[in-house]
Design a protein around this ligand. Structure first.
Ligand SMILES: [Zn+2]
Ligand SMILES: [Zn+2]
Length: 305
């Protein structure tokens, strides 16, 4: 099963130097999600092989324009393309009003239903759940209410060891083995011992998205050991004062969070327009956390099973 994160936008508030503001396309098996929808999100999505029709839900971290100004265009395109499936939208109070107001003045009625889910401030909660995963909020520290999102696969079934299977085994017996059960004959005698025929389940994978935020150590506990962390890194340490002022993080701070939380891999993004190339942020982060990578538009990060 695939688990991937595609960067659609990597820029901070000012889209600069060909960079688009924040948006990410998440694909987990047959489920498709968008996190944030900065200006141009739908253009970037189709450019990099995403499909707006398949989006199950959109998560908006906060209501600064660089995180949602691309949403309305996306919602209209879904309508014009005759989307019928319901869409789930997660955001802080206000987004519903903003969207309904735009629909009102364009006298538009969307051909599909949007379910608005209002996020809570300063607390962690599971806001989304389906058959294979949950999404929980990560409280962040910013100028207005802001949440990150933690995608977590649910525990998986044991795997059948195909080398041990015999040709005459019944499907229902294989299902039982997958469920972790031993299989018994009608006589009560054991037919197949579970541990002989199964391998441990694949580990449940995790992805944490944290933007925008000032340095906040308290998130480390929640994101401990995640496979992949995206943490904003708007500035270098040279602009530490600016970071504090605007409640953003430096590359060093993003890396510190990754290190303290013991994550496997870090992506940094939300680069300030003051840097011509985000490359200048990478060495600073890598000094603290080696496994750091830049959010480059069009790049896909895969978490293997
Ligand atoms: Zn931002
Ligand atoms: Zn912001």
């Amino acid at each position: 099963v695939s688990f991937s994160v595609t960067i659609l936008g990597s820029s901070g508030a000012l889209p600069a130097l060909g960079r688009y503001p924040t948006s990410q396309y998440i694909q987990i098996g047959k489920h498709h999600f968008l996190i944030d929808a900065g200006e141009g999100a739908q253009v970037q999505l189709s450019r990099f092989g995403g499909n707006i029709h398949r989006l199950d839900a959109i998560f908006i971290s906060h209501l600064h324009g660089d995180h949602y100004l691309g949403l309305m265009g996306l919602l209209f395109s879904m309508h014009l393309n005759k989307r019928q499936n319901d869409l789930h939208l997660y955001a802080f109070k206000g987004l519903r009003e903003i969207i309904l107001l735009q629909l009102k003045y364009s006298k538009s009625v969307l051909g599909y239903t949007i379910h608005f889910h209002e996020l809570k401030e300063n607390s962690t909660e599971i806001v989304f759940e389906n058959d294979t995963l949950t999404v929980e909020t990560i409280p962040l520290l910013h100028k207005i209410p802001c949440n990150g999102f933690l995608f977590r696969e649910k525990p998986k079934p044991k795997r059948i060891n195909k080398d041990k299977l015999a040709a005459n085994m019944l499907i229902q017996h294989i299902v039982q083995l997958k469920q972790g059960l031993d299989v018994f004959a009608e006589s009560g005698e054991i037919l197949y011992k579970n541990e002989v025929f199964t391998l441990p389940p694949h580990p449940s994978r995790t992805y944490a998205f944290c933007s925008d935020t000032a340095y906040q150590e308290s998130m480390c506990q929640q994101i401990e050991g995640v496979d992949l962390l995206y943490h904003e890194s708007t500035f270098t340490s040279e602009d530490q004062v600016k970071a504090i002022e605007t409640k953003h993080s430096t590359a060093r701070e993003a890396a510190l969070i990754a290190k303290k939380a013991g994550v496997k891999k870090l992506i940094i993004g939300h680069f300030s327009a003051r840097y011509h190339s985000p490359e200048v942020l990478l060495p600073e982060a890598r000094q603290t956390f080696t496994e750091t990578y830049l959010a480059i538009e069009g790049e896909t990060f895969h978490i293997s099973e």
